[in-house]
Design a protein around this ligand. Structure first.
Ligand SMILES: [Zn+2]
Ligand SMILES: [Zn+2]
Length: 343
């Protein structure tokens, strides 16, 4: 089969590799669409240590069941499916509590570290265990389904955050996670949703997807803009979807006294923040990692249009153009949010 193999920092090679065979608990999927994640783009530079070559990347995908192992009961060739990015074990204490994102034996599709390597979906075929698969509603296309993973990451973050009906919710970062987090906050009952980003084109997309207020922190006084919009300088709840020192500090400043801040982004491993800002203002800060059972809800919300993915798709290109697509994302080409590869 053809696969886009990451061979060295900044390099891909579209080459023939042996087609994977499904084990007895696995499903062989003919990949129809696979999104390029921000973590893939960081990974291909070699800076994160989580895409050690050679590796076939791709953890945001959808396709058609081609064959199933002998223990697989309720899936058959021809079924349209998507699957979790986390290959969790389904047996450890965390998995048994439904917290699969915290599975102690987890591997991530399309990721290789010194501890594990699991080929992903930037290829014609991929194998996954049956328990991480989800059937697609008819109303959700393969390309939209390739965005279910980041959408579900955002839905998970909103779900574990105490958002009360009519709360003011600020989302820092209007990249794909932020744009989905905004929509997820609305599903949970947020009254006013504020999106913040330094790129105007992203704020435009945020407004298109339902943000009530957009603020560019590089171009305006955030506290003044907040006062103008909601009558106070802060929000009840803040979702942080960037993960740099500047963005986390902004998110903390935006969180009201005693408020809740959920961190999703983690681009910069170490940052400095003022401890007194957390303690004396009694902020509740929590991390949100991956997805723990939100796939089904997310698929239904996408099918009904309450979470929209289409406006985030900037380009759909064949696998052969994978290298160019990664390079464009790495250069930060204007207007690009999501590129979906079609094997
Ligand atoms: Zn991802
Ligand atoms: Zn587990």
């Amino acid at each position: 089969m053809k696969a886009l193999v990451h061979t060295a920092p900044l390099q891909f090679d579209l080459r023939d590799v042996p087609q994977p065979q499904p084990g007895e608990d696995e499903v062989l999927v003919r990949v129809k669409a696979c999104g390029i994640c921000g973590s893939d783009v960081h990974g291909y530079t070699g800076s994160t240590g989580r895409r050690i070559p050679p590796i076939i990347m791709g953890h945001e995908a959808a396709g058609v069941v081609e064959a199933v192992g002998r223990n697989v009961r309720d899936l058959a060739a021809g079924d349209r499916i998507t699957f979790d990015s986390t290959v969790y074990c389904n047996q450890c204490p965390a998995c048994r509590q439904g917290r699969m994102n915290l599975c102690q034996n987890r591997k991530v599709l399309g990721v290789s570290t010194p501890a594990f390597r699991r080929d992903g979906a930037m290829a014609e075929y991929v194998v996954v265990p049956w328990w991480i698969t989800h059937r697609l509603p008819d109303a959700v296309s393969f390309e939209e389904a390739a965005l279910i993973e980041p959408a579900a990451v955002s839905l998970h973050a909103a779900r574990i955050t105490p958002i009360e009906v009519n709360d003011v919710v600020a989302v820092v970062g209007a990249g794909q996670i932020g744009l989905f987090a905004m929509q997820a906050a609305r599903v949970k009952g947020a009254g006013i949703v504020i999106a913040l980003d330094v790129k105007e084109e992203r704020l435009k997309l945020a407004r298109q997807l339902g943000a009530d207020v957009t603020i560019n922190p590089a171009a305006s006084d955030v506290a003044a803009e907040m006062r103008r919009a909601v009558g106070r300088p802060d929000a009840d709840v803040v979702l942080e979807a960037v993960g740099t020192e500047t963005s986390v500090r902004l998110a903390m400043d935006l969180t009201t006294l005693g408020g809740n801040l959920t961190l999703i982004g983690n681009v910069t491993p170490r940052i400095q923040v003022n401890l007194q800002d957390i303690v004396s203002r009694e902020l509740t800060i929590r991390g949100s990692c991956a997805i723990a059972g939100e796939y089904r809800a997310c698929l239904d919300l996408m099918a009904s249009g309450r979470i929209q993915a289409k406006p985030l798709i900037s380009r759909i290109v064949p696998l052969a153009e994978g290298q160019a697509a990664f390079d464009a994302l790495h250069r930060g080409e204007p207007g690009l949010v999501k590129i979906v590869l079609r094997p």
